[in-house]
Design a protein around this ligand. Structure first.
Ligand code: AMP
Length: 582
């Protein structure tokens, strides 16, 4: 099946000679050549923080700017690689001073302020496992993640701490709460049973060492949603840095003098792999903007900080499209030379809009929390097929397979799978080994996506093979939302689906039935929306709630989400032979 015939010429000639001849690179590719470009620890170990920060200082580039930060209140701060080294050393020492040991889980629940970067890399330096949580989460998702991971440390900010106060009594493993009152934004003192970040840091030494992690030690964990059960903590190793580094270079085309901006939040995997590891292992200067989406402000950032490489997401691009192509033309975007996108299907119109509006197409690429790094991409040096995710990274071998693991031919639709292993492959779902094992068949990792490959080797996304919802690039497990809704006293049952949306791709829609004694009303509907938003996060909570008499269920009592979806979209209901009779 060939969906879109347009082919765009390469946008910029990559000066790395390897990738311009894609097929030869694939054939001669050897990961050990990439490993040689990194600086291993003297004892043969590997550490993501060392690769991202310290090695640049060791090479004499300590004065180079690593971070240009703009806060949501207009504050501006900059940090050189050497300053990053010192701040992360201090955080590593602060943890050791508290008695935190290698392998313990340290979670952040923070906005995009410089201190989150110090906490992440400081934790990695001392061998802790870092778990960054999305700051817009409500108490339920934070509690689930801290509980499952058994985290012993939480680093947070006063306003966020307030939001989740109720969860702490049920978290016996959580020993330390470190509070960062950034620039005195909060007038309240740090609660007496919590630790003041700045006090800890001022008591900590600026020197740290030796770093004692190996390539196989766990580094980062991110929770991701499935169809059933609570979200799973996908765990990565320090070894992933090899692929972060290479994909930063090849898929984002990062060069030494680039100014790079990644719009993803560190609470999601793009925000760590590409908002921390890939840019800094490639030694570039990174812009970090704490505020949210605003079309004018975003163009301003591209212009004012002279951003040259930009990594963003389809929903944001579609929102920019809505604000018109005249707006970017009133800014000087002449420094921008490469733009990429990830997280959801990027429609061909959006790729082409980029050419008119910002002078270049968006390069779509594909990967997921479990893969840890980009796997399939449209490269700077290769032709783009708008609407396609691109071609596999050299050294990565995806395939389209059937249920038994047999490969399908070009043009045939099937499950997108990847031959194991690869450097940034996840190693476990924390304490859910069975669910981890269920993702592999006959040497393939099953991605949960459906796709096909065309005869030129480009991959095309079709959809998810499960009920997971992708709203504005965030995966939402229906079970998580249903569980929150049924905690409301009026709700008997809940079924949650993804409803197509022109901007966010899908929005979360919930169907609920009521317990006896409750009547449907717009007030109740509104109350349920507020209830879910308070417990979850605006990004995850339902955008629509419909009250119905009863939910369609299988004879074994499982809610048939697919049927709810088909009814919502007016599509054929398919096989309903297992449907429970009323
Ligand atoms: P996450 O693990 O939250 O990063 O989400 C990964 C999922 O997002 C993938 O399995 C896909 O369903 C979707 N996704 C990511 N990138 C793309 C892309 N370029 N095109 C289509 N879907 C994508």
């Amino acid at each position: 099946m060939q969906k879109h015939q347009t082919i765009m010429k390469p946008t910029s000639a990559k000066d790395d000679p390897n990738l311009s001849d894609y097929q030869n690179t694939r054939e001669s590719f050897d990961w050990s050549d990439v490993e040689k470009e990194l600086d291993w620890l003297p004892n043969g170990g590997l550490n993501l923080a060392y690769e991202a920060i310290d090695r640049h200082v060791a090479k004499g580039n300590g004065e180079k700017l690593a971070m240009i930060w703009e806060g949501k209140n207009g504050e501006k701060e900059t940090y050189s690689y050497d300053q990053m080294r010192i701040e992360t050393n201090k955080f590593a020492n602060s943890l050791l001073n508290l008695g935190v040991k290698k392998g313990e889980r340290v979670f952040t629940f923070m906005e995009r302020i410089p201190e989150i970067y110090f906490a992440v890399f400081g934790t990695l330096k001392m061998g802790g496992v870092i778990g960054p949580l999305f700051s817009a989460f409500g108490p339920d998702p934070v509690k689930d993640r801290l509980e499952n991971s058994g985290a012993s440390v939480l680093v947070t900010q006063p306003e966020l701490l307030k939001k989740i106060e109720s969860i702490f009594p049920s978290l016996p493993n959580l020993k330390h709460i470190i509070v960062v009152n950034k620039n005195g934004r909060s007038s309240e003192p740090v609660p007496p049973n919590n630790l003041d970040y700045y006090k800890l840091m001022s008591d900590a030494s600026e020197e740290f060492g030796p770093i004692a992690t190996t390539r196989d030690d766990y580094s980062i964990m991110h929770y991701t949603s499935g169809t059933t059960g609570k979200p799973k903590g996908a765990v990565h190793r320090h070894n992933a840095v090899i692929q972060h580094y290479l994909t930063g270079k090849w898929c984002l085309d990062l060069h030494e003098n680039d100014i790079y901006w990644c719009t993803a939040d560190p609470g999601w995997v793009t925000g760590t792999s590409y908002g921390m590891s890939a840019p800094w292992t490639n030694g570039v200067t990174q812009v970090i903007y704490e505020g949210g989406f605003n079309a004018r402000k975003w163009y301003q950032i591209l212009q004012d900080y002279k951003v040259s490489v930009w990594y963003t997401a389809p929903t944001a691009i579609r929102m920019l499209m809505k604000s018109g192509k005249e707006l970017p033309q009133s800014f000087d975007l002449s420094n921008l030379r490469f733009s990429a996108s990830v997280g959801e299907p990027l429609n061909p119109e959006a790729v082409e809009w980029g050419v008119d509006a910002i002078g270049m197409p968006f390069h779509d690429n594909w990967w997921q929390t479990e893969t840890g790094a980009i796997m399939i991409a449209n490269y700077a040096s290769a032709e783009i097929k708008p609407g396609s995710m691109g071609k596999p990274l050299p050294g990565i071998f995806p395939g389209i397979i059937d249920a038994e693991g047999n490969e399908k031919s070009d043009g045939e639709e099937g499950n997108l799978a990847v031959k194991t292993p690869w450097p940034s492959m996840f190693q476990d779902y924390w304490e859910q080994r069975e669910r981890y094992d269920s993702r592999f068949v006959a040497g393939w990792y099953l991605t949960g996506d459906e796709a096909y490959r065309d005869s030129d080797g480009y991959y095309w996304f079709i959809g998810r093979s499960d009920d997971v919802i992708n709203t504005a690039g965030h995966l939402v497990g229906p079970f998580e939302v249903e569980s929150a809704l049924i905690e409301h006293p009026a709700v008997a049952e809940a079924g949650v689906i993804g409803k197509p949306d022109p901007i966010a791709m899908e929005v979360v829609k919930a169907f609920v039935s009521l317990k006896e004694g409750y009547e449907p009303s717009t007030e109740l509907q509104r109350e349920l929306m507020g209830f879910a938003r308070q417990k979850l996060a605006a990004a995850v909570a339902p955008r629509e709630i419909e009250i119905i008499d009863s939910l369609p269920k299988t004879r074994s009592g499982k809610i048939m989400r697919r049927l709810l979806k088909a009814r919502e979209l007016g599509l054929p209901e398919g096989d309903t032979s297992t449907l429970e009779e009323d």
